[in-house]
Design a protein. Structure first.
Ligand code: ADP
Ligand code: ZN
Ligand code: ZN
Length: 746
């Protein structure tokens, strides 16, 4: 029972940082809780505020501190719920209450008197690069400067261009008239789906779909609130099931949140929801400004909308009577936040649902090990869709051993079998997707004479090559450092220094050389730089404006291309060698999802998986689309190695500009952990400290410690103990310590 309460008095002034401390009177001690609305004396007035933290530490002068007057009756508003959720997040993921509040509550932006204008490319990046070359040739330097910036950043503030870059307004207007750039005022995005027309017919669910819907809705109406896991093969009609469930809760006056990974949040997807539910649907995505997000959340609170679709952050939509939270592609790594608080949307959704009397529905063709493990242990209720809709067959999958291919003298990226099938599809006018599961497209730059690799001066990583010709730049993916490509090796002076390209660009060259008649599209970081680049490529391919689409994992995420009858995975094992205990899971998921892109129309599809490791279980089970077999092997490995989901893992990072200080801090922390381990009855296994996989970022050195235990709660208690140890300890004055529970990249 805490003595003091930290209170935010006026929540919507955007002053989340500013809390006031009050004493909790004896009579309220047993009832007061984080999130409650209370009445407090404020100056000479009486005001209302939210309790955001309860503590025994007095942070104000003892004799001047005022008492809370009362708990406001009926004050369980949506804000209270969200603040309580923030409290839970702080507790379970670390970080400060302020971080947590900023995550769950949208901050009202002070409206600028002037409208905000931004400049975007109106051209496809390829055309823009041609334009850039043209401008450089004609010495139109202002135009060239703007183009280079837009190719890098996709969007520029009007002020940045006109003031910092000194590009005059008339140049920008001239470029707009020539159709090279677009000038957009931000207010145009206040209703992100305003332009869509409702309509379209509703599908009649098949028996499998209907069974899933009936089970969930019947239990819902009976007042049961569970977490369901729908394991449905690719193309089994999960989205139709979601929509039916949403319709059910909407009919009872409740609201729905649908989480979809940002990359899959395309026009095509949003359109399906809009067709069914019309203007009560809205979306949010990372392209919305804080103000626009605030507007969407206001509309949700006012009852103007009742279905919100979006990535992770849509989870915090302040619906007053939330009925259901759906998480599509629940296995996606993007559901884990990479910034403090490092929350997982799945766990947080379950917590929010608990607080608001909602159900959670998770869906995937390849559930995360976490969720399937919970389903096996009856924490989640497993429901299955085993067949594709309309009896469409599953694709035919073949594994090609690339070592065998080499032995026969074929050194190409394309195996003979894949080439043969591609040839066949071109003849028939059907489409092919080629997929390389590799992060980052352009490779590193190295010297072929001495082997020197060009690294970022501030980070422990190699620079990546972007663009080509005059626009070639070397970019650090961690800190954004950009430089030009050197002509000579800085170590030995050799001129044989070049980019190692095994990425999509290289594949495009090979494919074009092999099939000169084919129309080829490429989708990667470079070609999707502009705001609509991604959508443009997808819709061009879906309109059959190309025969072959080449891309990274971007292209496998839940898109429906009925014309695709061949999918080629070029080097399936690339994702097996990343230093991450989830490497096999990632590989299995990527291959299964990639295979799922084949044959979604009426013609059955073929899948070719090329690999150097044809016997690896993640590859053989993906070939058979046998999730259970994969899961069986993988969970044994996790058990043996004490990895999640069987065990829980806490990752602790000590970061400092001073390497010695970072080390010292990490060693001291390890000492403290050892002490806690000795005092604890539960088995705790700490490992470290050691250098992080990326040992330096932006000149900051990074040391890590991993701790494994059976119970999550043990790790939470450990973290609390360490936070107390760090606080006021001089060792940590210049060292930032971060906690990450069950990290997704580790
Ligand atoms: P999933 O998300 O499981 O991969 P989708 O929901 O995208 O599958 O459905 C795949 C395709 O099948 C979509 O084009 C969808 O419109 C169609 N579809 C889904 N359910 C039915 C149904 N009951 N009858 C006819 N077509 C359906
Ligand atoms: Zn060299
Ligand atoms: Zn860097």
């Amino acid at each position: 029972m805490a003595e003091y309460a930290n209170i935010i008095v006026d929540i919507y002034q955007g002053k989340l940082d500013k809390t006031f401390q009050y004493r909790v009177p004896e009579r309220l001690k047993s009832t007061i809780a984080v999130g409650m609305l209370v009445a407090v004396p404020f100056g000479s007035r009486k005001m209302q505020g939210y309790v955001i933290e309860l503590t025994d530490v007095c942070e104000y002068e003892e004799d001047k501190i005022k008492e809370i007057l009362s708990i406001v009756k009926g004050g369980v508003l949506i804000e209270s719920q969200m603040i309580a959720l923030a409290g839970w997040m702080r507790e379970n993921y670390g970080g400060t209450m302020n971080h947590a509040l900023k995550t769950v509550l949208p901050v009202k932006e002070k409206k600028k008197a002037k409208e905000q204008k931004t400049i975007r490319l109106a051209l496809h990046p390829v055309e823009a690069k041609n334009e850039l070359a043209e401008c450089e040739r004609k010495h139109k330097t202002a135009r060239a400067k703007l183009l280079v910036a837009l190719l890098e950043q996709r969007e520029l503030e009007w002020e940045t261009a006109t003031q910092q870059m000194s590009v005059s307004a008339s140049v920008i207007r001239a470029m707009e008239e020539a159709g090279i750039v677009k000038v957009v005022s931000k207010t145009a995005y206040r209703n992100p789906v305003g332009g869509l027309d409702p309509g379209g017919e509703q599908k009649k669910l098949n028996e499998e779909q209907q069974n899933v819907v009936s089970k969930i809705t019947m239990e819902y109406d009976a007042g049961e609130r569970k977490t369901y896991l729908i394991k449905g093969v690719t193309g089994s009609g999960k989205t139709e099931v979601y929509m039916e469930l949403i319709a059910h809760v909407l009919a009872q006056g409740k609201q729905a949140i649908v989480l979809i990974p940002e990359i899959a949040l395309t026009y095509q997807t949003v359109r399906r929801f809009y067709n069914r539910f019309g203007a009560q649907v809205s979306i949010i995505n990372s392209k919305l400004s804080a103000g626009e997000r605030y507007d969407q959340f206001e509309r949700a609170k006012n009852g103007e909308i009742s279905v919100m679709i979006g990535p992770r952050s849509a989870l915090f939509t302040p619906f007053p009577a939330l009925g259901i939270i759906i998480i599509d592609e629940e296995h996606e790594a993007s559901y884990k936040s990479e910034t403090v608080p490092r929350y997982h949307a799945r766990e947080t959704a379950i917590q929010r649902a608990k607080m608001t009397d909602a159900v959670v529905v998770l869906g995937s063709a390849t559930p995360s090990l976490e969720s399937y493990y919970k389903a096996e242990n009856d924490e989640y209720c497993l429901l299955e869709l085993k067949h594709r809709v309309q009896k469409r067959p599953m694709p035919l999958c073949e594994i090609i051993d690339l070592r065998e291919e080499l032995r026969r003298g074929n050194r190409s990226i394309l195996s003979d079998r894949l080439s043969e099938l591609m040839e066949d599809r071109l003849k028939k006018g059907e489409q092919t997707m080629l997929f390389i599961n590799r992060r980052g497209m352009a490779g590193f730059v190295s010297c072929r004479a001495c082997g020197h690799v060009i690294k970022c001066p501030h980070c422990d990583v190699s620079l990546s090559q972007h663009g080509s010709g005059a626009a070639t730049r070397l970019v650090c993916h961690y800190c954004g450092y950009t430089t030009i490509q050197p002509g000579l090796c800085p170590v030995c002076g050799s001129k044989y220094i070049s980019g190692f390209k095994a990425g999509t660009q290289k594949i495009e060259q090979v494919v074009k050389a092999r099939f000169p008649q084919a129309r080829v599209l490429r989708m990667d970081m470079d070609t999707t730089r502009t705001k609509d680049g991604y959508e443009q490529i997808l819709s061009a391919f879906s309109n059959h404006e190309a025969d072959i689409l080449i891309g990274t994992q971007m292209i496998v995420k839940g898109h429906d291309f009925p014309g695709v009858t061949l999918v080629g995975v070029l080097a399936a094992d690339l994702s097996l060698y990343i230093s991450d205990y989830r490497a096999s899971e990632r590989t299995f998921q990527l291959l299964t999802q990639a295979a799922g892109r084949a044959g979604r129309g009426d013609i059955p599809g073929n899948v070719i998986i090329q690999t150097y490791d044809p016997d690896h279980y993640s590859i053989t089970t993906a070939k058979e689309q046998n999730y259970e077999a994969f899961y069986g092997q993988e969970i044994e490995y996790r058990k043996m190695m004490r990895y999640p989901p069987v065990w829980n893992m806490l990752y602790i990072l000590c970061a400092s500009k001073n390497e010695a200080e970072a080390s010292e801090a990490a060693v001291a922390l390890m000492g403290k952990i050892d002490q806690i381990v000795r005092e604890n009855s539960e088995k705790i296994f700490p490992i470290g400290p050691s250098d992080a996989p990326v040992a330096k970022i932006s000149d900051v050195y990074r040391k890590v410690i991993y701790v494994k235990t059976r119970e999550y709660q043990t790790l939470v208690i450990l973290k609390d103990g360490l936070e107390a140890f760090i606080k006021d300890n001089r060792l940590y004055q210049n060292v930032a310590v971060g906690f990450d529970f069950n990290p997704v990249n580790g």
